[in-house]
Design a protein around this ligand. Structure first.
Ligand code: ADP
Length: 912
C-alpha cells in the first residue's frame, strides 16, 4: 500500500464508509422481518409500490426492500445474503461497479437491486455472458422475485417475437448481452410497432462486466445479409502471397532504415501486429496482377486484398488467433480462449484467412445494422456491473461508461498466497520448472490448475506432462464441450488440469470436488436424457412427475457426494488447497487476476504463482531494456529462476503498456462508432416517432414542397426569370410525378414574369391537391399506412447503404493518415456530408415513391420480396449464413472480375 492510501484509505474504503450505515439499517430489520408470515412478507411489494407512487424514492425504500429480499431468499432458496452481499447490492443500485471476488455469490447479490428497481415498473435487465447462466439465474433467483410477486422473463436464443415481448415486459428480465443487443437492432428495423420487443432501457445489471464491456467491446454487433461482392480476389491474393517471403521484426524501429534491402517481400511487425509489402513485394504484386502501379487509387481494391493476405500469413496464427473447425475459421477470444462462433474478422481479413487455410471463402456480407456494446449499454438510464476483476480497468470504465468501481470486502478473510513471479531465461527452462512444480504438488495430493495463454502452449504442456507420467485433464477451446464439468473437478485430491486461461469461468472449483457435477454425472449414467437432467438440476416450477422424481434422485446423489467429499476436501486443505500455475503473463493483468481468483474462494487455502520466460511474447515485445539489464547482471543458467521485486514490477509495467495500447484501440473503435452513433440516434429516433404514430402526412407534404423547391430552383439556375422553353422542360420533369399533365398551365405571355416562388407555389398547390385526390381514392387509413411503410423502408434502405459507405470511408481515411490530416476529423467531416446527402435523398425518394401510384404498387411487391430474402439470410444471432457460390461465365470484352479494370481477355484469365 502506498503512503497516500495508508493515510486516506483507498477510494473504495472511503466510499464504503458512506454505505455501511445503510447496510446497518438493513441488518437492523432482520428480526422484525423474520417474524413476518409469508403473506406479510409478500404484502411488502404492493406496499412499496404504493409508497413510491406517493412520492417516496427508491433510496428511501432501500433498507426495507433489501431486508425483504434477504428474508425471502433465506426462505425460498435457503441462502441468506451476507453483509458484504448487501453492500454489493447497494453499490449496484447506485449505478456503479461492485468488484466482488469469485465465489462471493454475485448471482444472489443481483436480486437485491433488481427487486428494488423493478418496483418502479420500468423494467430491470440482468445481463450475463451466456444462455446457460441467464437461464439458470432466471429460474433460480427468479424464485425469490416470483415469491415476492414480481414477474421474471428470460431472453435466450430461439425465442419467438411474442416470447421476447413477454420476457421484456416482465418486471425483471435475464438475458445475454448478444441477444439484448440484437433485439435492439432488430427493433429498429421493424416496420410495425407490434414487431418490436423491447420497451426501453431503464436499468441494467451486467454480470462479468469486464468481459462484456471491455473484452467484447472491440467487435461490434452486426446484423448482416448477403452482399454481392465476388470472393475471387481473395484466392488470387492468396496464391500471390503464398509464394512471397516474409521477414519478421520484433523491434521495427531499429530496422526501419533497412527495409529497402531486406531479402523479403513483406515485413511483419509482431509488436504492432502489422504486415507491410517491401519494394520487392510491390513489384511482384504488380507483375502478378499486371498493374503499372499498385498504389494508384484505381488499384486500391487489389492493394487492400493483398494487404489482408499478408496480414493473414504474417500476423494471424492458427491455433492462437483462430482454429479450423468443420471447414470453418473460428476466432479464438484472446482473453477467454473461447471459440467465438459466428463472429468474423472484419474488412476482408476473415476471407483472407479462409483463402490461406484453403477452406471455402465466404461472401462478404452487407451490414444491415450495427452497434458496439459500448453504445448499446450507454442507452440505459442507469447501468451497473459486477465482476471479480475490474480495478485494473478503472480508467476505461470511468471515461467510457462513467462507472466507478467499489471494491467490496470478502465475506471471509483471503487465505490464498500469491507468490512472486518466477522468471526464467528460456521458455524451455520455464516449462521444465512448471513440470517440477506440478510434480511437487502432485506428490502431496495438492490439486493443480495450470493456466495457459494459447491452445498451442496448452497442448505442448500436456505432452510434457504425459512424458513425465502425470495423469491430467486438458481443456482448451477445441474440446470445450465438457469444459465446466472438467473444471468443476479441478479441486479434487491430486487432480492436475491444464486449461486455457478462462476455460470454465463461472464454474465453482470446490476443494475435494464439486458434488453437483458428480450428481449430474450419476443421472447421466442412470440413463436420463440431457433435457431431463437439465430440468432436474434446474429450478423451474413444475408438477411433472418425471421431473420431480429426477429431482429427488439428484438431491439424494448430491447429499451422498457431499458427504464423500467432506473428507477429501479436508485432505486437500491440509495439502495447501488449490495451486494455480500461470505459465505466461497475459497481456492484461485483469486476466491474470481472474486465473488467480480461481483459488482461495470463501477463505479457502490456496496458492498461485506465475512462471515467465524472457522468450514469452510479452517479454520479448514489451519487456524493454530494464528487464534485460536485470537478467544480464544476474548471469544465470536456463534452469535457475529469478524472483525479484524489481523484475515483477517491470513485468507489470510491460502489461500496463499493452493494456493502455488496447484501451487506445478500443477508444478509437468507439471514437469512430460515436460518429455513426449520433447519426444512428437521429435515424432511430425518427423511426421511433413514425412507429409511434406521428403525423406522417405532414412530413410528406413538407418533403414534397422541399423537393419541388429544389427542382424549380435548379431549373431557374440562379436567374430571376425563365423563358418558355425552360418552363416546358421543367413541366416535363414534374408532370406525371407530382400532378397529372395539364393540371398546371401558365399563359405563355406570363411565363417570363413568373418568379421561382410563384412557380413553386403553383406546383405545390397542385401536388397537394393531387395527393388529396389520391387519398380519397385509397381512403385515409390506407394512405397513412402506405406512407408509414414507404417512409420506413426508404429510410432503412438508404441507412444500410450509408453504413457500408461509412465503412468504406473509414478504410479510405485510414490510408490517408500519413497525409497530415487527423483521420478522425476528416472522417467526422465527410461522414456528416454523406449523412446530409442521405437525408435529402431519402426525402426525394419517399416523395417519388408515394406519388407514383403504379410504380409504388409494383415497388411494394418487389420490396416485400427483397425484404424477405434479406431477413432469411440473417441468422438469429446475426451471423451470416453460407450460400452456394455461383459460377459465372465472362465475355472476353467484359471487365475482368479481379477488379483491375482491364478487359477480361487482356487480364489475368481467372474464372469468375
Ligand atoms: P460468484 O459469481 O461471485 O463467483 P456465485 O454466484 O456463483 O459466485 O456463488 C458461488 C456459490 O456461493 C454458489 O454455490 C452459491 O450458492 C453460494 N452462495 C452465494 N451466496 C451465499 C450465501 N449468502 N450463503 C450461502 N451460500 C451462498
Amino acid at each position: 500500500m502506498g503512503l497516500i492510501t495508508k493515510i486516506f484509505g483507498t477510494y473504495s474504503q472511503r466510499e464504503l464508509k458512506s454505505i455501511y450505515p445503510i447496510a446497518d439499517k438493513i441488518e437492523a430489520l432482520a428480526d422484525e422481518y423474520k417474524a413476518l408470515t409469508d403473506a406479510q412478507l409478500q404484502a411488502k411489494t404492493p406496499e412499496f409500490k404504493e409508497r413510491l407512487a406517493n412520492g417516496e424514492t427508491l433510496d428511501d425504500l432501500l433498507p426495507e426492500a433489501f431486508a425483504t429480499v434477504r428474508e425471502a431468499a433465506d426462505r425460498v432458496l435457503g441462502l441468506r445474503p451476507y453483509r458484504v452481499q448487501l453492500i454489493g447490492g447497494i453499490v449496484l443500485h447506485q449505478g456503479r461497479i461492485a468488484e466482488m471476488k469469485t465465489g462471493e455469490g454475485k448471482t444472489l447479490v443481483a436480486t437485491l437491486p433488481s427487486y428494488l428497481n423493478a418496483l418502479t415498473g420500468r423494467g430491470v435487465h440482468i445481463v450475463t455472458v451466456n444462455d446457460y447462466l441467464a437461464k439458470r439465474d432466471s429460474e433460480w433467483m427468479g424464485k425469490v422475485h416470483r415469491f415476492l410477486g414480481l414477474s421474471v422473463g428470460l431472453i435466450v436464443h430461439d425465442l419467438s417475437k411474442e416470447e421476447r415481448q413477454a420476457a421484456y415486459n416482465a418486471d425483471i428480465t435475464y438475458g445475454t448481452n448478444n441477444e439484448m443487443g440484437f433485439d435492439y437492432l432488430r427493433d429498429n428495423m421493424a416496420i410495425y410497432k407490434n414487431e418490436q420487443v423491447q420497451r426501453g432501457h431503464n436499468f441494467a445489471i451486467v454480470d462479468e462486466v469486464d468481459s462484456i464491456l471491455i473484452d467484447e467491446a472491440r467487435t461490434p454487433l452486426i446484423i448482416s445479409g448477403m452482399g454481392d461482392k465476388s470472393t475471387q480476389l481473395y484466392d488470387m491474393a492468396e496464391s500471390l502471397v503464398a509464394r512471397m517471403k516474409k521477414y519478421v521484426v520484433a523491434e521495427v524501429d531499429s530496422k526501419e532504415e533497412e527495409a529497402e534491402d531486406i531479402d523479403a517481400d513483406y515485413v511483419v511487425d509482431e509488436k504492432a501486429k502489422t504486415a507491410t509489402l517491401t519494394a520487392r513485394g510491390i513489384a511482384k504484386a504488380e507483375e502478378f496482377f499486371n498493374l503499372e502501379n499498385l498504389s494508384d487509387p484505381e488499384n486500391s481494391t487489389i492493394a487492400h486484398h493483398i494487404n489482408q493476405a499478408i496480414k493473414a500469413h504474417g500476423v494471424m496464427k492458427r491455433d492462437v488467433d483462430y482454429v479450423i473447425k468443420d471447414g470453418e475459421i473460428i476466432i479464438v477470444d484472446e482473453f477467454t480462449g473461447r471459440l467465438m462462433f459466428g463472429r468474423r474478422y472484419s474488412e476482408g481479413l476473415h476471407q483472407a484467412i479462409e483463402a490461406k487455410e484453403h477452406v471455402s471463402v465466404q461472401r462478404e456480407s452487407k451490414t444491415l445494422a450495427t452497434i458496439t456494446f459500448q453504445n448499446y449499454f450507454r442507452l440505459y438510464q442507469k447501468l451497473s456491473g459486477m465482476t471479480g476483476t475490474a480495478l485494473t480497468e478503472e480508467e476505461e470504465f470511468a471515461t467510457i461508461y462513467k462507472l466507478d468501481i467499489v471494491e467490496i470486502p470478502t465475506n471471509r478473510p483471503i487465505a490464498r498466497i500469491d507468490d512472486q513471479d518466477s522468471v526464467y531465461k528460456t521458455e524451455q527452462g520455464k516449462f521444465r520448472a512448471v513440470i517440477r512444480q506440478v510434480e511437487e504438488c502432485h506428490a502431496k495430493g495438492q490439486p493443480v490448475l495450470v493456466g495457459t495463454v494459447s491452445i498451442e502452449k496448452n497442448e505442448l504442456l500436456s505432452r510434457m506432462l504425459t512424458k513425465a507420467g502425470i495423469k491430467h485433464n486438458v481443456l482448451n477451446a477445441k474440446n470445450h464441450e465438457r469444459e465446466a464439468e472438467i473444471v468443476a473437478q479441478a479441486g479434487k485430491l491430486g487432480a492436475v488440469t491444464v486449461a486455457t486461461n478462462m476455460a470454465g469461468r463461472g464454474t465453482d472449483i470446490m476443494l475435494g470436488g464439486n458434488a453437483e457435477y458428480m450428481a449430474t454425472s450419476d443421472l447421466r449414467k442412470a440413463g436420463l436424457s440431457d433435457e431431463l437432467i437439465a430440468e432436474a438440476t434446474g429450478y423451474a416450477e413444475t408438477d411433472n412427475q418425471e421431473i420431480l422424481d429426477a429431482r429427488r434422485l439428484f438431491a439424494q446423489k448430491l447429499q451422498q457426494h457431499k458427504e464423500e467429499i467432506a473428507g477429501e476436501a479436508e485432505q486437500v486443505r491440509q495439502a495447501g488447497g488449490l495451486f494455480i500455475v500461470g505459465t505466461e503473463r497475459h497481456d492484461s493483468r485483469r486476466i491474470d487476476n481472474q486465473l488467480r481468483g480461481r483459488a482461495g474462494r470463501q477463505g479457502d487455502p490456496g496458492e498461485t504463482r506465475f512462471y515467465i520466460s524472457l522468450e514469452d511474447d510479452l517479454m520479448r515485445l514489451f519487456g524493454g531494456e530494464r528487464i534485460n539489464a536485470i537478467m544480464e547482471r544476474m548471469n544465470l543458467d536456463e534452469d535457475t529462476p529469478i524472483e525479484n521485486k524489481m523484475l515483477t514490477r517491470a513485468i507489470e509495467q510491460a502489461q500496463t503498456t499493452v493494456e493502455s495500447r488496447n484501451f487506445q484501440s478500443r477508444k478509437s473503435v468507439l471514437e469512430y462508432d460515436d460518429v455513426m452513433n449520433k447519426q444512428r440516434e437521429i435515424i432511430y429516433d425518427q423511426r421511433k416517432q413514425v412507429l409511434e404514430g406521428m403525423d406522417v402526412k405532414g412530413i410528406i407534404m413538407n418533403m414534397m414542397s422541399t423537393a419541388i423547391g429544389h427542382q424549380v430552383s435548379s431549373a431557374f439556375g440562379g436567374e430571376s426569370h425563365m423563358d418558355e422553353a425552360g418552363m416546358r422542360e421543367l413541366l416535363r420533369q414534374v408532370e406525371g410525378l407530382y400532378f397529372p399533365r395539364y393540371t398546371v398551365r401558365f399563359e405563355p405571355e406570363r411565363i417570363p414574369q413568373l418568379t421561382a416562388e410563384e412557380v413553386i407555389d403553383a406546383f405545390t398547390a397542385a401536388a397537394a391537391d393531387f395527393y388529396e385526390k389520391k387519398e380519397q381514392e385509397f381512403t385515409s387509413p390506407v394512405m397513412r399506412e402506405v406512407e408509414r411503410v414507404v417512409l420506413l423502408r426508404v429510410v432503412d434502405e438508404y441507412w444500410m447503404d450509408h453504413i457500408d459507405a461509412m465503412t468504406d470511408l473509414r478504410q479510405g481515411i485510414g490510408l490517408r493518415a500519413y497525409a497530415q490530416t487527423d483521420p478522425i476529423i476528416a472522417y467526422k467531416k465527410e461522414s456528416l456530408e454523406m449523412f446530409e446527402e442521405m437525408i435529402s435523398a431519402i426525402q426525394e425518394e419517399t416523395v417519388r415513391r408515394l406519388y407514383s401510384v403504379r410504380l409504388r404498387k409494383n415497388e411494394e411487391v418487389k420490396r416485400e420480396r427483397v425484404a424477405k430474402t434479406t431477413s432469411e439470410s440473417v441468422g438469429g444471432d446475426g451471423t451470416v449464413k453460407k450460400q452456394p457460390r455461383k459460377v459465372k461465365k465472362i465475355g472476353r470484352n467484359e471487365p475482368c472480375p479481379c477488379g483491375s479494370g482491364k478487359k477480361y481477355k487482356n487480364c489475368c484469365g481467372r474464372d469468375a
